[in-house]
Design a protein around this ligand. Sequence first.
Ligand SMILES: Nc1nc2c([nH]c(=O)n2[C@@H]2O[C@H](COP(=O)(O)OP(=O)(O)OP(=O)(O)O)[C@@H](O)[C@H]2O)c(=O)[nH]1
Length: 138
Amino acid sequence: MPRFPTIVPVVAVALMDGEGAVLMQQRPAHKHHGGLWEFPGGKVEAGERLEEALIREIGEELGIALAHDALVPFSFASASDQPHVVMLYTCLRWQGEPQALDAQAIAWFPPERLAGLAMPPLDVPLAAALHKAAKRAN
Ligand SMILES: Nc1nc2c([nH]c(=O)n2[C@@H]2O[C@H](COP(=O)(O)OP(=O)(O)OP(=O)(O)O)[C@@H](O)[C@H]2O)c(=O)[nH]1
């Protein structure tokens, strides 16, 4: 019987500003997927709850405190050739001003511009779903 690879859970967030723009970060050049734009986040550590991991990662990467009750599960993405499962939340409320503490750069993009970014493969369907949801909301 075929066996599935062990899953590596990754949590990420689409922070949205008052105009619906989404914050993306550019991965450091020396890392896997270097230079690509991704949703801020990272791997869930053993024993961590998903939201707890996300709040920790975002504190480390952007220096902001996400409001726990503002984290809304949005979608997830996986592929047969990699163990990562990216679980994306949306969030409209946080404390502090996002800074690129880990990434090469951070920037806000209207949802319709996400598809034009160079992204890791798992982010492509997530970005498309965000764009679709934004269109439905308008
Ligand atoms: N944070 C984040 N990671 C993503 C996204 N999409 C995606 O495929 N990933 C992958 O999920 C993993 C997250 O790992 P991480 O951010 O905690 O740690 P890392 O950069 O050191 O990863 P690495 O060990 O693969 O180099 C990376 O392999 C990354 O490429 C995304 O939108 N956000």
